[in-house]
Design a protein around this ligand. Sequence first.
Ligand code: HRO
Length: 309
Amino acid sequence: MTDLSTTIAGVRFPSCFMNAAGALCVTREELVALGQSGSGAIVTKSMTVEPRQGNPEPRYYGFPGGSINSMGLPNLGYKAYAELIPDLKRFGKPVIASVAGLCEDDFPIIAAVINAAQPDLIEVNLSCPNIPGKPQIGYDPETSERVIKRVRSLITVPMGLKLPPYFDPAHHEVMGKVIGRHGVDFLNMINSVGNGLVVDPEREAVVIKPKGGFGGLGGRIIKPVALANVRAFYKLFQGKIPIIGTGGVVDGMDAFEHVLCGASAVQIGTVLVEEGLGSFDRLNNELTAVLARKGYRSLAECLGTVREL
Ligand code: HRO
């Protein structure tokens, strides 16, 4: 029998697949539907202090290679999620609360109240690319360190960071040092590849409205960037900080590649939005088949074992 269950920071997940924050996880109805689906966890939309409508539409566009979005953090506000979390735990799978903020002071306000609601894990989003005029925190090591420090002292459930993609080993190292100083329990990478631009040549126009068409790229086209970041941080921490791999997972083989690079679990965004909740059963079946064909009985047997030449 092939086992797709996994453990992150001591928390058991019945399947290694789950939604990425942002994908079908804003409303109560969407979160309950994730609970009833084949997802191995329920991940909330990144939350802010106040409820938000988000950026003007169109703000998401799917194309054959992936997607571009500039949602602008539409969410119910942290108080609503704090009330929902205890009920979401009835599905027998972990609940991960994704915490964001529009400024540094927002993070501890949200972290304290959400921690009291006792999700199974908290993910601190340092990498939203889509708030006009606000750079991604994860690209500034000093700001990242201040935010991590402030929430670390408030969070008692396993605490992770959602990181942006980095494109140079020097940046992996700098962030690795920051992360290593503060007892981070898990990492999730990558968020969307920020500030890409997709053009429709027929209409001679950009495809989303906010920020002149600039937005975060997801889906198939970002897989090599995601794998590189998973691998880089897996090696930096010698596998001691569990990693959730996110980016470019469309089928079971993509997930297998993430596991080989060092991901203990895998999140899906674009494919979930495009295909719906049935994608979890398909991915569970496909990864099971890949592992069985290769003679692996569990993810642990091939975690981080990609061969270097
Ligand atoms: O809401 C968004 O625009 C958004 C967020 Cl917070 C994020 O972290 N990543 C993304 O691609 N979009």
